[in-house]
Design a protein around this ligand. Sequence first.
Ligand SMILES: [Zn+2]
Length: 267
Amino acid sequence: MKNHIRLGGILILTMTLTLCKDDRSVNIFTVSQDIEFGIALDEEIMANPADYPVLPKAQYPVPYQHLERIRDNLLASGELKYADRFPWEVKIINDSILNAFAAPGGYMYFYSGLIKFLENESQFAGVMAHEMAHADRRHSTDNLTKQYGISIMVGMILGDNPGQLAEIAAGMASGLSSLAFSRQNEYEADEYAVRYMKKTEYQPCALGDFFSLLEAQVGSTTHPPVFLSTHPSPEDRLDKINEHCAGTTGQGFESRYLEFKNSLPAY
Ligand SMILES: [Zn+2]
């Protein structure tokens, strides 16, 4: 019986790998495992307030109302594959640095420094859409597949090494280093972010404005853009974004974004 199950596993795996070849990417994790990784990482972050001072939602409902409105607008675009499947939890880390990051399964973290740095809601929606794309396109588990190698994964899936998933989750949570993305991931996250924004009232080209503002901060000692170290910026990024968003309009929602910024406490 056990051999039958194993054989079935190999067959499914082979089929998955074959089917994914068109996409030129292989991801042998399940969607549920993406969510499990996200939960593990979120627990790690919440247990470390010294490094990640997450703003408590119960105490600061107003900034969270703004944050969740922006998230819901993007999810309503109808362009995300896992809009209904992932938890899409959004959190604010109350620190002045310019950064945001996404864990697998749609857990997303935005530094208040970045929120305060931007000029309108479309720019911020651009950042969030970019993070959502990393999660929805499953870039982290895609990269883990490459990093750990297919052979180890086969053993894991077939149950030869059940502890390995927990090990990988722990490694991911402790370093956040595996959340660094490739240039190809970045291109794709930009492309999909614009795709989502096109189906909202936001300005899709504001994603480009966000990167221009960040680039202008490179070399700054007071506000270095940490975002660019976890999201490597290809040189032709702006050109590509402008190609994707050409001919689009939309609104910036400056006044309600100002309310969002003003609802944040001091660091
Ligand atoms: Zn990115």
